[in-house]
Design a protein. Structure first.
Length: 77
């Protein structure tokens, strides 16, 4: 079995972590500049939703990649 798909999934999580690290530094500026409501709260909810969607559907993608016909034991349709 190849570990390439798992490494791609983990790399995607690393990209999310790096983007969070970059964008976390401007969190204070966004919350101060907001005059129409708490924009940071909305962005935080959106960011959390993206990570949850990636974890769920990325995990499904990895499992389906290992259940393809090219690997032994793959009988899922």
């Amino acid at each position: 079995m190849s570990a390439i798909y798992v490494l791609e999934y983990i790399l995607g999580l690393g990209v999310f972590g790096f983007m969070y690290w970059l964008l976390d530094s401007i969190q204070h500026d966004i919350s101060i500049a907001s005059t129409t409501g708490d924009v940071f709260t909305f962005l935080n909810y959106a960011w959390t939703g993206l990570i949850i969607i990636y974890i769920i559907f990325g995990g499904i993608w990895v499992v389906r990649k290992y259940n393809e016909k090219e690997y032994y034991g793959g009988g899922m349709v």
